[in-house]
Design a protein around this ligand. Structure first.
Ligand SMILES: C[S@@+](CC[C@H](N)C(=O)[O-])C[C@H]1O[C@@H](n2cnc3c(N)ncnc32)[C@H](O)[C@@H]1O
Length: 236
């Protein structure tokens, strides 16, 4: 039987394989590549929050296939994934709502949305997600959860309780494997000492979310060992 997870690569082989896949995929729109480049100039602790080119490519094609009319993103950061949603739904003019509590990051993102003519399609909401979610009305066909990992369960419960997800909609939750720490906490030994404990604490919360999502009776949940771990949630 085949392994259901990743191939047994070293860190260097993972990087080479990523480049191999990127070169053999259709090119991404310039707006996304340029905003990834912009993000790469930030501090190294911030750079890791942005998706890779491969993840952007996958997310863009997934969104195109889903044909959403309304998209909600929790966690805008510099706007890379919001631009992915924009590029994927430009013709259909989907409405994109993206939320973040950082004034600085929202400024970077809004500058980019203006630069690429996306500001009419992407609405930003400033504030903590748990405070701002109740300000939303209507339903969303695609919801991308990528903000505070320790709040993932509360976001999901709120979305389901208040039917923010449309009947055939999809929730994608990013980073659910948390660098593998949810599966094997000993991976923390590869991290700088000062961030080991905080990461392990988040891993416990993420593991609790993963257990909750698998048992949530209203939805089907699929954890995919892709990138840093993606979970796909849909109504039953
Ligand atoms: C992983 S980044 C999002 C990356 C972005 N989706 C992308 O793909 O380019 C997480 C973002 O969530 C924001 N964030 C963290 N906790 C939050 C909270 N409780 N409410 C709102 N935003 C939050 C951070 O400011 C950060 O910009």
């Amino acid at each position: 039987m085949r392994d259901s997870c990743m191939l047994p690569f070293t860190k260097e082989q993972i990087a080479t394989t990523g480049e191999y896949c990127e070169k053999r995929s259709s090119p991404l729109p310039a707006s996304i590549l340029e905003q990834i480049k912009f993000t790469d100039q930030l501090h190294k602790d911030e750079v890791v929050m942005a998706p890779s080119e491969s993840q952007c490519a996958w997310l863009m094609r997934f969104t195109q296939a889903l044909r959403p009319k309304r998209i909600l993103e929790l966690g805008t950061f510099t706007g890379v994934s919001a631009l992915v949603f924009y590029e994927a739904t430009k013709e259909a003019q989907a409405e994109i709502v993206s939320m973040d509590m950082s004034e600085t990051y929202l400024q970077y993102a809004q500058d980019a949305f203006r630069r690429y003519g996306a500001e009419h399609q992407i609405k930003t909401v400033k504030g903590p997600c748990l405070e701002m979610l109740p300000t939303l009305t209507g339903q969303f066909d695609l919801i991308y959860i990528d903000a505070a990992e320790e709040e993932y369960e509360s976001y999901t419960r709120y979305i389901l309780d208040h039917k923010l997800l449309s009947p055939h909609g999809v929730i994608l939750v990013d980073d659910v494997l948390l660098e593998g720490l949810v599966v094997d906490p000993s991976i923390a030994k590869n991290f700088p000492e000062e961030i080991r404990e905080p990461y392990l604490a988040i891993a416990d919360k993420m593991d609790a979310f993963n257990r909750y999502a698998a048992k949530e009776p209203r939805v089907t949940t699929t954890m995919i060992p892709l990138f840093n771990g993606i979970t796909q949630i849909m109504w039953k």
